[in-house]
Design a binder for this molecule. Sequence first.
Ligand SMILES: Cc1cc2nc3c(=O)[nH]c(=O)nc-3n(C[C@H](O)[C@H](O)[C@H](O)COP(=O)(O)OP(=O)(O)OC[C@H]3O[C@@H](n4cnc5c(N)ncnc54)[C@H](O)[C@@H]3O)c2cc1C
Ligand code: FES
Length: 275
Amino acid sequence: MYEILEKKILSDTVKMMKIKAPLVAAKAQPGQFIILRIDEKGERIPLTIADFDRDHGTITIIFLEVGKTTQQLGTLNVGDSILNFVGPLGAPSDIRKYGTVVCVGGGVGIAPLYPIVKALKQAGNYVISILGAKTKKLLILEEEIAQFSDEFYVTTDDGSKGHKGFVSDVVQEIIEKKENVNMVMAIGPIIMMKVVSELTKKYNIKTLVSLNPIMVDGTGMCGGCRVSVDGKVKFACVDGPEFDGHKVDYENLMLRNRRFIHEEGEACRLAGVVV
Ligand SMILES: Cc1cc2nc3c(=O)[nH]c(=O)nc-3n(C[C@H](O)[C@H](O)[C@H](O)COP(=O)(O)OP(=O)(O)OC[C@H]3O[C@@H](n4cnc5c(N)ncnc54)[C@H](O)[C@@H]3O)c2cc1C
Ligand code: FES
């Protein structure tokens, strides 16, 4: 059993938990994820390792309550335990000295972006971070990311904080203003990663995205997380979750992620969860 040591409410629907998982913490690296199962009747869900502390043997997860499992997870408190917590899974992020990197996080995608921003800064990059959300109440980890960023920007769809508009507007401004942007890292809703990748492709800037297909086993055996990259079949859980943003078939990913909408609604209804 994996005990919840700390719980923080980051916004109405986003929660942070620190979990005691020393074996996972010993090996965790930025970009990797865990798969958890709350109890013996629970489904497996993947969540990114938002932070890790090897000395204290803890893993931080940050999750948006979207359906049955994430809602149920949100009801757990400090002292409660999670039955299964498997990881670290997936390939670590490609952290090296690129030069100037632009890190773009949208919505709950800001959580997986955080350890990557930190590691890119520690690797000696000039880090420009852009965080975006629908409204300011949904922005998370601003201070944490700003402290590892040389430049820091916020955008909101409704203009309640920072630039009114999309993260891609700021990415474009930065590319046009800076002599050289060596790499862009974008994590967020599929549509956001698609738009950012289309933009950077025009300027021929290397772009990495972190994909979030539906996963089951997380070890490359079930085929659930199949994605199409450069016309080839890849499994996001073992070949990713990070991929070259210019080569991902986003339409296919959006279509596959909508496969179980009806069943998810039914699962929520049966569990008495309203989303
Ligand atoms: C590698 C990876 C890392 C992720 N990291 C985070 C994170 O750090 N924070 C966060 O809030 N979310 C993260 N997600 C998404 C998270 O797994 C889903 O939100 C969660 O599984 C939803 O479960 P649910 O029962 O609450 O909702 P459901 O009602 O079951 O589903 C709601 C939506 O979540 C997505 N989803 C459902 N099941 C899965 C699944 N098994 N795998 C992937 N997506 C699914 C679908 O798009 C679905 O439409 C990550 C997904 C992947 C693949
Ligand atoms: S989750 Fe099963 S193959 Fe990737």
